[in-house]
Ligand binder design. Structure first.
Ligand code: TYM
Length: 371
């Protein structure tokens, strides 16, 4: 089996999600859990219908408690090391859906400290990217009255008090085994997991009552919850935070997730229509060498990035998606057709997103939490 790596700082290779569920000790989202979710959300979100949010911890308990009248808050975030790409939007779009359906508050952490510690960037740069990325968060359409965005370096009074309480229970040996830290790792990074765990609990302090927390994020962030937040929760007297994990939107190349470090196979939310067109045109497809061969033998949508993008985000209609899959296999459509179709879908989506992003510049103050 091909080798792959999934850590908060590195995702490479073709990810085997079954293996991750086993290794991380999470639970696959079952049919029953989907049925239970549907009772509250109506038609299931595309990400759930298509198994893109695929694994969880205690999401069932969150729903049980909710049914008994106990609300929960949402928590997610971004490490501001550059521009936002379409993959980052997946957990945020889903968080916005959950906010709407469950009328939940959402806490959004921008870890400018983390990215300063791990990347070759200055603090001014990671703070700058925080404010830039916050525009994408706001553009997802969150409710300003229920959404709180904060930067670690700027909201430190509240966060630090919680992080320091967490850190007292976490030994160097725990962080070494959870994150693979070495003696050569800088001490900022060794402390940092306490900062990322802090928002699981500090809303309980703000509200002066024990609040349930649900974290939508890709599965690369799991070590923070498994190794730190869920471990310290009972020691500090808070409920263990629950998670719902998404798969990675792939890059446009042959393998690997969408990643800002590979800008040609990555679509940024600020890309112009022509750039999107060029990137899609050069994407890896499951097409044959010639038109004739494609029509005779059919293409392979299972390995095609264009098809995957439609599957992940850009073809809401399940019936149309299936038709495209079958038509590709039968050689009834050519890669060029699908590329044009996807380019138009993405550009339409980005046009709206970019408009909201522009508007968000005037709304920042309504969302940013300060102490
Ligand atoms: P970051 O900036 O690496 O990623 C932001 C969010 O995007 C998810 N993600 C993806 N999802 C789908 N497809 C992809 N290709 C893809 N790439 C990244 C990540 O899982 C993440 O949810 N340390 C964090 C910031 C953070 C955070 C949090 C994230 C702070 N608190 C709470 C989630 C929940 C980071 O660097 O994320």
């Amino acid at each position: 089996m091909a080798k792959f790596v999934v850590t908060p700082w590195e995702v490479t290779g073709d990810v085997n999600y079954d293996k991750l569920v086993k290794d991380f000790g999470t639970t696959r989202i079952s049919k029953q859990l989907l049925e239970k979710t549907k009772k509250h959300t109506g038609k299931l979100h595309l990400f759930l219908r298509r198994g893109l949010f695929f694994s969880h911890r205690d999401f069932d308990k969150i729903l049980d408690d909710y049914e008994k009248g106990k609300k929960f808050f949402l928590y997610t975030g971004r490490g501001p090391s550059g521009k936002t790409h379409l993959g980052h939007l997946m957990p945020w779009i889903f968080a916005k859906h959950l906010q709407d359906k469950f009328k939940a508050e959402m806490y959004f952490q921008l870890t400018d400290d983390e990215k300063y510690l791990v990347k070759n960037l200055t603090l001014d740069q990671t703070i700058g990217f925080s404010y830039d990325n916050a525009l994408d968060v706001i553009a997802c359409g969150f409710d300003p009255k229920k959404t709180f965005i904060f930067l670690d370096t700027e909201y430190s009074k509240s966060l630090y008090k919680m992080a320091i309480r967490i850190s007292k229970h976490i030994t160097f040996s725990i962080t070494k085994s959870v994150f693979g830290f070495q003696n050569s790792s800088n001490i900022g990074l060794i402390f940092f997991p306490a900062m990322q765990a802090a928002p699981c609990f500090f809303p309980s302090e703000l509200k002066k009552k024990k609040m349930n927390c649900l974290i939508p994020a890709a599965i690369d962030q799991d070590p923070y919850w498994r190794g730190i937040a869920r471990y310290v929760a009972p020691k500090l007297g808070y409920p263990k935070p629950a998670q719902i994990h998404n798969k990675f939107l792939p890059g446009l190349g042959e393998s690997g997730k969408m990643s800002s470090s590979k800008p040609n196979t990555c679509i940024f939310t600020t890309d112009d229509p022509d750039i999107v067109k060029r990137k899609i045109w050069n994407a890896f497809t499951g097409g044959r060498g010639s038109k004739k061969e494609q029509m005779e033998k059919g293409g392979n949508p299972d390995i095609c990035k264009i098809y995957q993008y439609l599957y992940y985000m850009f073809e809401e209609d399940d019936k149309k998606l299936k038709e495209r899959y079958n038509n590709c296999k039968k050689g009834k459509i050519l890669c060029g057709d699908c590329k044009i179709y996807l380019t138009n879908k993405i550009n339409k989506f980005l046009k709206e997103h970019q408009k909201r992003r522009q508007k968000a510049k005037r709304q920042l103050d309504k969302f940013i939490l300060r102490d």
